[in-house]
Design a protein. Structure first.
Lengths: 343, 343, 343
């Protein structure tokens, strides 16, 4: 899609400086941008980079307007405006409504006439696919799954029974939603499976990354609220609840029945144990181990530092002696206090 | 499925108190249960919750019988009985034997007449699918795979050559069994692939979680013994051996040739390095790093605590100084001992 | 495939001792090998094991020749020669060129006549599949994907738009290449998606493990250079660059825009945060947390040691007191120094 600078500015609701008719057809970094491309300056720190850009236009904040040698779009938050501009210049491709002849659709499924179902999908009884939804190649939607309007499933997504997606969700390839929760009772050393009879409810505007897994609830539903963004290879166990507009980075795992608040930002490779409660507005840095509830908004971390292996080995051993070291310090303090009095 | 209280008690081998004809058709928590639903009290700690339940019946221990205001099933282990009751009330759906016309089956595969193969499966030469096995939509079973009787593969499962599943296994969607082990020799800085010619053997009653991966052995087989339960997104490398009735939580990775004992319980996000031996009956808490063999049953852990980021940064830096701190304590002890003698 | 010892030696470019006509048809460990099988002794440490082997031949170093009681292949690096021998004895199966009638190929895709496309693949417009490439069952290749000659995609692989694979790549089942990077701008607490318009470039001889995910770039490409080997369940975020002949073990995650050097060896379950730079020749041990750039080749680690849970709990608490402990040591040192002067 190509738009003039003037039209782009009008759609983005921002001012522009320069040639109103300049045609913009793509986005690129300041370094890589060529004629016809739009770039952006996210932080004034890098304003010196503006001088050399070959972009046809750059999104800048008011304060950097003077340093922009080419056409400019003036934005309060250039990074946000870049997001919006990219959405305009690269609109999602929507297939017209229809079902590929090589898809297998149960007679008792309801596919909206404006929805698209690609080749080799398998759609079970009771499934409802809403208006303009897009179901990619090789997806399997089992019995009673509901897909809200304009939601997009990429290829090879698997959704098992009693899962309900809201509107405008995006599910990346290989994601699995509604797999059995990991629930067993133990009988004399052997595991007895507890059938998982809950479902999964995803709100509107939820994004689920590639090969991410979300288990169905044991009794009630696993819940992922409106606007939640999940990166790739995240594991969400049964009966987890993730609050609105929380974002979670790749490889993080959340154990059963944990409740995550709204507007949280959780880094990659974080492990959160089960049955915890994490407050709204909590940020957790990458690779943190969360073994207790967090009751207040704030930024939390755990983990040990990177070191050259030889040095790490020495410190690693000492970690086993910490309690002993603390006791020795206490003893020393007593002795020194006594000595100070004595002297 | 709906059963009377009397019939349910009889099938579960337990006593009941109350209306023998009360019809039970589902399970729910004490809080959520409605008429017609069964609940359970797993621990006497929560017996106060019994008072308000709207469940038609509750599974309780003998000692909590008096606190149950509705029909009761009396069980030695209410949680285990709840598992069994749920199995009775929500029996697995078995498709009658047959092969979907949109599955592709090699002429040299043997599918039992009572087994079901769903749409868009691809089944290679030499594959054997046992009685009443259920192969979900989009599964690919390559050359010579053997699926034991009553095993169930959910959708989009991939099983590569020389893999043998026992009876009554359950494989969740997206799991991959029999992928190549990560084996290379190094020749002047370049990696030379070692073809992986072993297979994978899964015992009976093994469960494999969604998007979990189990590599085939380099020479001999990777082995997952009877009754092992693997959660989602677990990585089992080549030639790992997992002993009977061990359960492993999500996102855990086990490197090549490590041998895990029987009846172990391993938490989520645990990393176990290769060529180790873990004894029977070992429990490992979530996110633990296992870099050495464990020779005795017991409960093991590693990892650093969650802290507010600002405090963590201070302690994080100190972890690099642990060895130095330990030496300084030792020096102090010598000096103080000397001073004590001198004074 | 079966070869005589003489022919095998000649193909491997090494000397042999013993029966030139001895027929070798497989490989196995020293312990398991039977008649007709070849084994290897990777390290002289284990030379005592040679005595009992039933292998028909063993690959040994010159220095272990005397201890080998059966036919011997003499190699400078027996492990490397075992890799090569296994390649000769177990050649990859190549299907003859052709497209399965149950694959769905867009008219605007170009499939080389010598390439093979298996059942239930879906191949979009603009896709190019090179000579002798092998596309396994259930793979989805979206618009404009390029697969280099002799590359092999196992089953159920998903490759989205603007991804280019070099020659002789191997992609294990369930891998996803070209999923959207995790990019959002924040507008008053809500996440605004940034369409990801870059692609992914894989060099020649790249291997991608089962259920590994590689995101497409935000603007420019994510790059995985020649000879890189990625194990299972690795997550590569947008705009990561991985240098030539680097190998990465399972479950490792690399956040956005991080640049990894050449010839690195990165262990399993490692987490590397975004926008870092890792030098050539860096080794990182399993489960390490990399939160800063590494400027020099070498071996790096982080992490806390495994302990019995009761002991760990004590040391775990002390980790929060490290900074305080360090200050107390400093205070003690001052006091003791003063006391020493006073006494």
């Amino acid at each position: 899609m190509a738009l003039t600078l003037e039209l782009l500015a009008s759609r983005l609701g921002c001012e522009f400086d320069g040639d109103a008719d300049c045609l913009i057809s793509g986005v690129a970094t300041l370094e890589d941008a060529a004629v016809g491309e739009l770039s952006f300056l996210a932080s004034s720190k890098y304003r010196a980079r503006l001088a050399a850009t070959k972009a046809s236009a750059v999104i800048v904040a008011e304060r950097d307007r003077d340093a922009c040698p080419v056409n400019a779009l003036i934005a309060r938050d250039p990074y946000l405006t870049y997001a919006r501009a990219t959405q305009l210049l690269y609109p999602d491709e929507y297939h017209a409504g229809g079902v590929h002849p090589d898809a297998v659709i149960d007679d008792a499924a309801q596919i909206d006439v404006t929805a698209w179902v690609d080749a080799h999908c398998v759609i079970g009884p009771g499934v409802i696919v809403g208006a303009r939804a897009q179901i990619g190649a090789g997806c399997v939607l089992e019995r009673d799954v509901v897909i809200g309007r304009e939601s997009r499933l990429m290829s090879n997504v698997t959704i098992h029974g009693r899962v309900r997606l809201g509107e405008r969700c995006v599910i990346q390839p290989g994601a699995v939603i509604g797999s059995d929760g990991f629930g067993y009772a133990n009988e004399r050393g052997k595991w007895v499976k507890i059938p998982q009879v809950g479902g999964v409810t995803l709100g509107d505007d939820v994004e689920v990354g590639a090969n991410t897994t979300i288990d169905r609830g044991a009794l009630s539903d696993t819940i992922v609220a409106n606007g939640v963004k999940l990166d790739n290879q995240i594991q969400i166990a049964h009966n987890v609840h993730i609050g609105e507009h929380t974002a979670i980075a790749g490889c993080t795992g959340i154990a059963g029945s944990t409740h995550i608040g709204k507007h949280c930002a959780i880094g990659g490779h974080v492990g959160i144990v089960g049955h915890l409660s994490i407050a709204d507005g909590v940020q957790i840095s990458a690779k943190t181990f969360v073994s207790q509830s967090i009751h207040e908004a704030g930024f939390y971390s755990s983990g040990a530092p990177l070191e050259p292996n030889a040095r790490w080995r020495k410190n690693f051993v000492r970690m086993k002696q910490l309690d002993e070291m603390a006791r020795r310090i206490k003893t020393l303090e007593k002795m020194v206090r006594k000595l100070s009095n004595d002297v």
